[in-house]
Design a protein around this ligand. Sequence first.
Ligand code: SF4
Length: 289
Amino acid sequence: MTVTINDFDVKEKMQWCPGCGNFGIITALKGALADLKKEPSEVVIVSGIGCSGKSSHYIKTYGFESLHGRTLPVASAIKLANTKLTVIAESGDGDGYGIGIQHFIHVMRRNYDITYLVHNNEIYGLTTGQASPTSLLGMKTKTTPWGVIEIPFNPILTAINGGATYIARGFAGEPAHLKELIKGALSHKGFSLVDIFQPCVTFNKLNTYEWFRERVYKLEDVGHDPTDKKSALEKAEEDSKTDYKKCPIGLFYREEKPTYEDMLPQIKDKPLVDHDLKIDLSKAYEEFM
Ligand code: SF4
């Protein structure tokens, strides 16, 4: 059967603000799934809380809208239960890099074979405009009326140092380029992060489409080698070191390492869902009754 981008459409009307960067992300994701000929029934999308949380509703795959910051533990549990599924987690910068940051660290070092898409709009959009972990220094928001005084969280640098094995950044204003990065992430075996510059047109009046267009450039256009970790680390800091005059997008780093699932003998040869569930618990009952 031929899979097309329309196979991932849902009837539900998307409620994001007109012009929101989330539209570019969902278009890129659907295109990536269609290009890779994934059947909707082979894919699970786990989302969290925030405007990005709606992603699991707006695409026809299996979906799970989880708790705030908890996309990654749910996604990893699904992957462990059924390794045949393509598992995608979607968070925002507040959801994933704020309340969910501890899961990000541990999932990376375990290298589960899941793809993590982070809608990074550098603000809390759903709650109408508070500073997030990636808001830039000096940015005025409802919670920082005199400007942000904290150093912004750098997800690319953290992912390279934390053990993720495919680390990329895209821009929602370039959905064709983003689609290729997501295809690379879905095809990679191991934990893949695609951090995505996603303009929040309603509450972030600093990081607009125009702001990003003046600053982003593609790593592949300057001959960056994604297997060179030293170069990847340098590129990961280029935005902050140039005072955000240059913001690279593309594939920063990639390496091959065994996944967590590969190292679990119980599911190495057969997914958990295919195991015989007839377990004799009588001895346990005898012992504890
Ligand atoms: Fe998009 Fe911002 Fe509107 Fe949320 S509030 S839907 S992130 S534009």
